[in-house]
Design a protein around this ligand. Structure first.
Ligand code: GDP
Ligand code: MN
Length: 379
């Protein structure tokens, strides 16, 4: 789950990371009010969960309260990269001397958190990472030992930070590390982290991505959840507690167990097909749960064939079959559904399945091949 800039900054503030004064507004009138409190010179920032808002015109500086109101009105009417702007952050203007970059990210290939910094932060960081990667420094952090002081000093030295700023920088790295730990974060990023004209460090932007699987440990974050950027299928899947991830293809997948669901995605790809989603209905799923899952997959307009792969252990294949038949009896389904049932009560399950759109397969490879063939014909 990605947090908005204003939400990330609220967390930064609580952890002692310096952020500009400011508040979020939902209307231009509110923005005007905030600008007035801050003395008129403010920056108005679109709160949408996309990157590169600055370059897309979603971040504008105002010299007066009046101008802030007008800018807020125009930004609130905008769509940034397809997402409507519902809120703007109104922050006091910070006079920038230098833009740095600082983040902590879970690095899957190194299998540990990494703190990343650069002396060339700002809106071109992706460009810099591509063209001059030597300007970006990474330090792996041992998750059990945590961030050590020498590592923070190392980072400060790497970016040639002025001596006066070492102490606040080291403090900031520790605060950021604490945010990373406390919130089960995948990424916490400050870009730009600025050196102000009066030689202070301020987090001008903030981005936090929390590991969704850990959200139950952070009930306070549910208020932060913005479903405006989620697909209808994802919202429905969440309601039923199904783990669902949208993918690019056209073969809708429904599988019991995360490991089997991943293998299913792999097998489909290995055979030359493209899965439309990852879905794990969990162990011991009831007929109701199976029906809900199938209906969710059918909600996705890009799906033109469904692949159901069940290896019954605790899950009983007859329950699964009943769930599938329930959906087919209740509504008109026109796209083919290929089912592979194996394990507990599979014979019983196979006998229950009976409908013109259903095809059965003995192995996952066979099922994948049939799906790819059908998906090709539908396209
Ligand atoms: P992003 O484009 O979505 O990453 O949005 P940022 O919050 O990083 O803002 C983009 C750029 O706008 C920053 O790199 C700054 O150059 C500029 N900017 C943002 N806030 C201020 C501010 O208070 N003062 C000044 N002078 N520039 C700002
Ligand atoms: Mn930024």
């Amino acid at each position: 789950m990605r947090l908005h800039e204003y939400q990330s900054k609220q967390i930064f503030y609580r952890y002692g990371i310096p952020v500009p004064n400011g508040r979020v507004a939902s209307s231009s009138g509110e923005a005007r009010q905030i600008a007035e409190e801050l003395g008129g010179r403010v920056v108005v920032k679109a709160q949408v969960l996309v990157s590169g808002r600055g370059k897309a015109g979603g971040i504008r500086l105002a010299k007066t309260t009046r101008e802030a109101e007008d800018l807020a009105a125009s930004i609130l009417g905008m769509e940034l990269k397809g997402f409507p702007v519902r809120k703007v952050l109104v922050d006091e203007i910070v006079n920038i001397q230098k833009e740095l970059y600082l983040s902590v990210v879970t690095d899957r290939s190194l299998r540990c958190p990494v703190m990343i910094t650069s002396f060339s932060g700002g809106v071109n960081i992706e460009e810099i990472a591509r063209t001059t990667p030597e300007k970006i420094y990474r330090i792996p952090i041992n998750p059990l030992l945590g961030l050590r002081d020498y590592q923070s000093r190392d980072l400060a030295a790497c970016i040639d930070l002025p001596r006066d700023l070492w102490k606040p920088f080291i403090q900031l790295t520790h605060d950021l590390w604490k945010v990373y730990l406390d919130y089960d974060v995948n990424l916490v990023e400050i870009n730009p982290l600025v050196i102000t004209a009066d030689q202070k460090l301020v987090a001008l932007d903030g981005k936090i991505i929390v590991d969704e699987s850990a959200l139950f440990r952070h009930p306070e974050l549910t208020d932060f959840q913005d479903t405006g950027n989620e697909l209808p299928v994802e919202i429905e899947a969440k309601k039923f507690g199904l783990s669902y991830i949208k993918l690019e293809g056209n073969i809708g997948c429904m599988v019991n167990g995360a490991g089997l669901a991943m293998s299913t995605v792999d097998v489909v790809r290995a055979n030359g097909g493209e899965p439309a989603n990852f879905m794990d209905i969990g162990g011991g799923a009831s007929a109701e749960r199976v029906s809900a899952a199938l209906k969710i997959i059918l909600l996705d307009p890009s799906v033109n064939v469904v692949l159901i792969n069940i290896f019954g252990g605790i899950t009983r294949c007859n329950e699964v079959a009943n769930g599938i038949m329930h959906v087919l009896n209740e509504r008109q389904v026109h796209i083919p559904i290929v089912v592979r049932l194996a394990g507990t009560n599979s014979d019983e399950g196979k006998n229950i399945l009976n409908h013109p759109v259903l095809k059965q397969a003995e192995s996952i490879n066979e099922a994948a091949k049939i799906c790819i063939d059908l998906a090709g014909k539908a396209a």
